[in-house]
Design a protein around this ligand. Sequence first.
Ligand code: MTE
Length: 318
Amino acid sequence: MLIKVKNPADVTENDVTDAQLFAQRRSFIRASGQIALGTALGTLFTPSIVDARGQPLKAKKNTRFNTSETLSSYQDVTSYNNFYEFGTAKEDPAINARHFKAQPWTVKVDGAVNKPGNYAFEDIINLNQLEERIYRFRCVEAWSMVVPWVGVSLASFINQFQPSSKAKYVEFTTLYDPKRMPGQNRAVLNWPYVEGLRMDEAMHPLSMMVVGLYGEVLPNQNGAPLRLMVPWKYGFKNIKSIVRIRFSEHQPKNTWQIAGPKEYGFYANVNPQVDHPRWSQKRERRLGEFLKRETLMFNGYADEVASLYQGMDLRKNF
Ligand code: MTE
């Protein structure tokens, strides 16, 4: 992962545009495009045949999990991404994932679970019971953002498959399809991308399975159609475009740990006291801001999650 620090001269008008205005402008542009094309063809397009990206999602605001910090701009959240399946530069995923089709989508559930199977996305995500949670998100590369994520609690998502008592860990795998994910044609990582959580981390009320952001369907570059959000951990734990969920007795090996075992661990809890071997983790740059800010223990969620790691040496279990 490379660090790119935003320079004040790089700030565009969109960086200072309020998200709602930006979204309205986008849907206006989209609508006017449809009308122009529709008129040319002598008909008007109906929303059902418009690409699902950008479609609004109904979600209840969860006030328990919230922050009053300023939201990062929609533009930053959807154009400054890490998604190596679509290229290694921050701007690559928004460009290269443009035509990715995230529907239909099937998730394989297996391992130590009472209800294994191949499930259609629609059968495991109830779009009528989504919630919005505003979380801080801190990348291991020392930049951060604040995002209104839309999804369900990971615990409720997992419970529908009834993990057995042997399930001590849960492993998530991203789609492997080099034709659709061109970055997989280069051996930059051990494909497919894999991540894992201890069961108590996965079942913690803060952990989320995400299907949208900013009130709309998850853009491809952010991991459509479903990705993790575990806000007290470094960003790389939040695996995108998940196709497999496996429950096991043993701790899985996650992709970044395989790529650099001295630099990236299994736990990856945000910790300003444990530096990355090549850079400090004490401070971070919030996207859209110029001055760095202090990084908070467990990304500011210590009251909720510190007890999960009681008695563990967090320097060893980084
Ligand atoms: N998931 C997959 N499959 N591939 C990736 O390259 N990058 C991770 C994580 N999930 C990544 C992934 C990293 S390093 C980060 S910081 C976050 O996604 C970035 O999420 P965002 O682009 O939505 O900000």
